[in-house]
Design a protein around this ligand. Sequence first.
Ligand code: B4P
Length: 191
Amino acid sequence: MFNIVLFGPPGAGKGTQSSNIIAKYGLTHLSTGDLLRAEIQAGTELGLKAKELMDAGILVPDEVVIGMIANKLEANQHATGFIFDGFPRTIPQAEALDALLEKYNTSIACMISLQVEQNELIKRLIARGMTSGRPDDQNEDLIKKRVEEYLNKTAPVADYYNKQGKLYNINGIGAIEKIFEDICKVLDSLQ
Ligand code: B4P
């Protein structure tokens, strides 16, 4: 299995680049943001609880997202590999992911970290909010709260993978195709 973590602040281009990576490398996409939004759409109890937190720009509890990922891994044991998009977002999530993958005799090959500065993130998410209808993209204060959550709780996850020699920083500003090319160079060198 070839497993990668796609990492970056809200609006860095994770969802955007995931689509490109999946199309080229045939990996199975696991986006905790998408999984949570599907729960909200389905009106489940989990979705109702998650919605309150997501609409406030706050991370949902670790055990909730870890449980969702565990179920997906079990259901896709024969995949050629996974792209983890927006997960792990905390150190306990990263530790849980390593333990889960070990159960299936596999591991993370690399973390691709998209580097984008805050003003650009805010600009992108406000623009997306105009068409996506996503409640968490609707105003600048809320977006700043998400970036603050990222800086406090998520940014340290990069160091976790750096210590394992698996962190690759990629400039996330500029043409989507150029950023994808830079990502491919890393992925091709590891396959
Ligand atoms: P996510 O769904 O992961 O959403 P996101 O951080 O906003 O990033 P996304 O991937 O969607 O955006 P992208 O950068 O592609 O999370 C939403 C919420 O769910 C979190 O706040 C949290 O509450 C909860 N959650 C999810 N996972 C969790 C976890 N593991 N633990 C706890 N809570 C969790 O794109 C943004 C915009 O930029 C797009 O409009 C795109 O077109 C544009 N764009 C992309 N690349 C560009 C480029 N190069 N130039 C210009 N624009 C670009």
